[in-house]
Write a protein that binds this ligand. Sequence first.
Ligand SMILES: *Cc1c(COP(=O)(O)O)cnc(C)c1O
Length: 478
Amino acid sequence: MNYVSTRAAASNPARKKFCEILLEGLAPDGGLYLPEAYPQVDAATLETWRGVYQQQGYAALAYEILALYIDDIPASDLKAICAKTYTQTVFGTPEITPLRPLEGGVFLEGLSNGPTLAFKDMAMQLLGNLFEYELARRGEQLNILGATSGDTGSAAEYALRGKQGVRVFMTSPAGRMSPFQQAQMFSLMDDNIHNMAVQGVFDDCQDMVKAVSNDLVFKRQYKIGTVNSINWARLMAQVVYYFAGYFQATENNNKKVSFAVPSGNFGNICAGHVARMMGLPIAQLVLATNENDVLDEFFRTGVYRVRGSADTHETSSPSMDISKASNFERFVFDLLGRDGTKTQALFGAALSTAGQFDLSQEACFKEAANRYGFASGKSTHSDRLATIRHTFKKFGQMIDTHTADGLKVAREHLQPGVPMVVLETALPIKFAQTIVEALGSEPTRPARFEGIESLPKRVVAMAADAAAVKGYIRQVCG
Ligand SMILES: *Cc1c(COP(=O)(O)O)cnc(C)c1O
């Protein structure tokens, strides 16, 4: 399996192996990596995989899928990495992503039972083990530098804590994460985890990370890397739970299933697109946004219009508060018939000059729905509250704000006889304030998180200044 950039000229693209792109972020031309072709899963293989999941479990299924994308890690090592990652101890249930029925063919697929109670653990836990493996194999060290407003940073820290060969330096805006999120990150006492609380907002954190990464001399000397959402390995890991969800929602492979996905950076639903391209019988991929509806707008109108920070709303489903969707380029590349030159013109040139592009008059735009199965919708704060309330009253199930957005939009796209699987992307305890607003009572808290707010904290205060971050990294690395 070879990987190519979404911006490469089709005639002679640079081809890379999985382990080369694992530790790389963007391709050198500014594009995102994708497999040169999606591996095709025929009926016999799908039947085999159903048995693999049912009899041997999620880790074994993950190995079957990942092995199609990774041919530069020996099979026995890859098997061991999957087995070590997807365990009941880490993810809480034998199914790893268990399905819970609501009403008439609508299910929730639980992706949030990992260490940080959000779906990012599904990919990040694998990434942590892949990084440790590959760095050891090369005899290299890596310093991960990141910015977080909540879920990504904690998922990265829990995935990399105590790992050999890698340190994490995570910036977050001081005082702006929920007390629970702060406690999750700052209570980690592992020597290789370094939290910086920055006097500023999330954008300041992101700008500092960019400034440090753009200092190529510093970047090389201190081996700075990232774990951001455009990493192909994260997306690939997410493909597995679409298969696991399908096998749980159906009795045999003759049936189609739709998935509804609370979306921000388009990483999660892009994995669904990849699963569908591989041949998983998915009817619709239903994309749900919050008030930040840049993606819903595209699927409704064909216009992709990124927002400025003044037009990016702070909502009660904050992990979907995005101004542009960093993984969207992958889907558009497929939509354009894998034309890297055209993708470059849209994402490189048009977006940076006009801040938007318009595919409404192009024949390919209709294919987003007709050929690729996309549908979309949007959910607002009052929809969120109503959905949380209704789901609790009617089914006795407490859902988080992001999942509520997914469920609200899912209901607008139900088709007779087609099960609808709504991806549960976080547990309600992470967003307690809105749950209290909706239900008048505190969400239930898993036992292992009792009292974490009062644990000792390990975090340094930092000015919103890239030089200060560099100074801190120098000091830690010696
Ligand atoms: C990251 C996140 C999302 C959005 O996922 P994308 O892959 O960015 O589309 C949705 N819900 C929660 C809880 C998240 O943490």
